[in-house]
Design a binder for this molecule. Structure first.
Ligand code: MEV
Length: 438
């Protein structure tokens, strides 16, 4: 059967599924069953999900867990996390408890500025372009008044628009580089709407600018789009305590652990191979909360990793030091988040997450998300520098292995008991289970 199809999007959902299962599967009935078993019984919920994207045939579930006992700036939170990786939620909860007993997390907003750009080509006299830009600058603001009115009422809006000369990097390339405050919305739509208007204003005004030659009048807008790189929309999450309090087990000395921990962070600061994995651990926490609160994790990921390279080499997002016997561990992270607009009022679980967090402002959510990233990083580096990561990781992963092999409740218990104090690996678990079954 051909694997090309015309007009797929016009088919009904059932027809789409039928085409997929008949085209790609040896056993179409079985394949269809897999797809259908993830449909939601509640028709309204299903319709909502169907309409989020195009060609929806089913839902793809992620576990939704919660990490309680987070104390951030003196306030208690239970943090929602949507993630498939075992041990992440457990690690966050453990770190929350650890730091909760040591004064909790501190979080501070360093900036909230978002960025958008109109990229255009201008083949002409640069001085005339600058003069033109200065003369029409107020027009960018007045032409966008219709969209900015509401945002201004909420205390946000367009902060500034600059003309940037990029011709040393690309012939004739200039930008309108605009900065925004979008308050509690992530602001992508607002920013892009403003930028597209800036582009129109730019082109129109250029056409009617008497000082321009014909070529100059025909400056060419290439594209108008927000930037997901938000180095001035940054939050700091932080913990600290005297070094002697850094241990909660008799087997590790607090000072020794603190020093080892600081060295682990220094390695991630200077060694990109380690930094990527180190930051991946931070993103385990960040993405899970970003997803559970209906925010765009791709935007956050892109922006965060660009920020991690801002000094020319990919580096750790978190830092640690010991000064006067005090251990301090902190993370600066760019986060463009929203608590209104987008999915926040559409997805019932997103609403649930936000209510559980006490209906935070975007700034408060930035703090919560950054703290979860720091907690995750603390838990990972703590394991790495003490017991090793596999102990905790495999303990959680053991359940996945058991489920894969359809272990019964009794078998699960026997396996868990056996591996409580021994090395765990995939093959050891499978071998043990097979022996049990003999
Ligand atoms: C695994 O998902 C994350 C870690 O590799 C992070 C790290 O190495 O710091 C454990």
């Amino acid at each position: 059967m051909t694997q090309n199809i015309k007009g797929f999007s016009k088919l009904s959902k059932e027809e789409k599924i039928d085409w997929i299962v008949n085209t790609y599967f040896h056993n179409p009935n079985e394949a269809k069953e897999v797809v259908l078993q993830y449909w939601n019984n509640n028709e309204n919920i299903q319709k909502l999900h169907d309409e989020f994207i195009e060609n929806t045939i089913t839902n793809f579930y992620l576990p939704y867990g919660v990490a309680p006992n987070f104390v951030i700036n003196g306030k208690d939170y239970t943090i929602p996390m949507a993630i498939e990786e075992s041990s992440v939620v457990a690690a966050a909860s453990k770190a929350a408890k650890f730091w909760g007993e040591r004064g909790g997390f501190k979080a501070t907003i360093i900036g909230t500025e978002k960025i958008g750009q109109v990229h255009f080509l201008f083949n002409g006299n640069k001085e005339k372009l600058k003069q033109f830009f200065n003369e029409i600058k107020t027009k960018f603001f007045s032409d966008t008044e219709n969209f900015t009115k509401n945002m201004q009422k909420r205390g946000g809006g367009i902060l500034d628009i600059e003309l940037r000369d990029k011709t040393s990097e690309l012939d004739n390339y200039f930008q309108l580089h605009a900065t925004f405050n979008t308050k509690d919305s992530m602001g992508a739509n607002f920013i892009n709407t403003c930028l597209e208007q800036f582009a129109k204003t730019l082109e129109n005004e250029a056409h009617h600018y008497d000082n321009f030659t014909e070529d100059e009048k025909n400056l060419q807008v290439i594209m108008s789009i927000l930037s997901n790189y938000v180095p001035n929309c940054v939050v700091r999450a932080e913990v600290s305590c005297p070094v002697e309090n850094m241990s909660d087990t008799a087997s590790i000395d607090g000072k020794e652990f603190a020093e080892k921990f600081v060295n682990a962070i220094k390695i991630a600061e200077i060694e990109p191979y380690r930094a990527v994995t180190h930051n991946k651990g931070i993103m385990n926490g960040i993405d899970a909360v970003v997803l559970a609160t209906g925010n765009d994790f791709r935007a956050v990921e892109a922006g965060v990793h660009a920020y991690a390279s801002k000094n020319g080499q990919y580096s750790s997002l978190s830092h640690a030091k010991i000064e006067n016997g005090i251990f301090t561990f902190w993370l600066d992270v760019p986060l463009a988040l929203g608590t209104i607009g987008g999915l926040t009022s559409l997805h019932p679980l997103v609403k649930f997450s936000l209510e559980m967090l006490g209906k935070p402002s975007a700034e408060e959510l930035m703090k919560i998300v950054a703290v979860t990233g720091l907690a995750q990083n603390f838990a990972a580096v703590r394991s790495l520098t003490t017991t090793g990561i596999q102990q905790g990781h495999m303990k959680m992963h053991i359940m996945n292995i058991l489920n894969q092999h359809h272990a019964t409740k009794e078998e699960k218990q026997q396996v868990l008991d056996y591996f409580k104090d021994t090395t765990i690996s995939h093959s050891l678990v499978v071998d043990y289970l097979e022996n049990l079954r003999k």
